[in-house]
Design a protein around this ligand. Sequence first.
Ligand SMILES: NC(=O)c1ccc[n+]([C@@H]2O[C@H](COP(=O)([O-])OP(=O)(O)OC[C@H]3O[C@@H](n4cnc5c(N)ncnc54)[C@H](OP(=O)(O)O)[C@@H]3O)[C@@H](O)[C@H]2O)c1
Length: 268
Amino acid sequence: MSVPAFGLGTFRLKDDVVITSVKNALDLGYRAIDTAQIYENEAAVGQAIAESGVARKDIYITTKIWTENLGREKLIPSLKESIAKLGTDYVDLTLVHWPSPGNAVRVEETMKALLEAKNMGLTREIGVSNFTIDLMQQAIDAVGVEQIATNQIELSPYLQNRNVTEWAKAHGIHITSYMTLAYGKALQDEVIGRIAEKHQATPAQVILSWAMALGYGVIPSSTKRENLQSNLKATELKLDADDMDAIAALERNERIVNPEGLAPQWDN
Ligand SMILES: NC(=O)c1ccc[n+]([C@@H]2O[C@H](COP(=O)([O-])OP(=O)(O)OC[C@H]3O[C@@H](n4cnc5c(N)ncnc54)[C@H](OP(=O)(O)O)[C@@H]3O)[C@@H](O)[C@H]2O)c1
């Protein structure tokens, strides 16, 4: 599996805020960064990488194609633009950010264009985001499961997305969890707090460790160096079976990201 278990999110962060966050993260040892065309921060992320002194080959960069660029003629030119903004020659992973609203562009067309981009060397790997079971099946039918490096979905202790994760596991698709911390909300949870105390860890470390133990990639974001530093240490925390069971019981199907006109018919 090549998609890193741990990376840095950059949603909402722009200009100097994202430059500082990415530079701090790289300095602390992060080696994977998640951006997207719609975040309007690809150029700033590229600047931070250039200024970090970390070699390009040591960094795993993910970007995501926005919905208006999912058609065959637009996808590759838009990806080339992203790559130029990032100040690099290729990205490591390119995702379909959201399924095409109203199925205006068929999954098959987008996935084949992505595969063409991969064959051209513009991206090392390709994948999807916010894809339901039906959409994952369509992506598999278009390019084969071996081409799909990950499905990046909202997944936190409060939205464990079991229908999608079980189907993905059964079909060999890796899952990346976004908003693993429920945008900070799950950090206040009493059960998480108790487990954190038991391990002398932070609530964020507990949640990130839980997701990684289930095999999911995580990409928490932070504007604060101390949070970036402690979050990365989640890779060293090992939870026990009781902890995992207690967090499993926190499921309440609470979705944060559900944009009207963009979100597909979810599986749960
Ligand atoms: N594919 C998609 O459609 C999609 C959608 C949403 C997000 N994403 C990706 O997933 C990434 C993660 O999601 P997210 O950034 O929205 O939410 P998140 O990682 O769940 O939470 C980030 C929030 O948690 C806080 N935080 C982080 N570490 C903390 C710590 N140790 N202690 C206390 N607070 C902490 C941050 O505040 P501070 O800055 O104060 O630390 C920030 O407000 C995004 O950045 C983006 O790259 C993808």
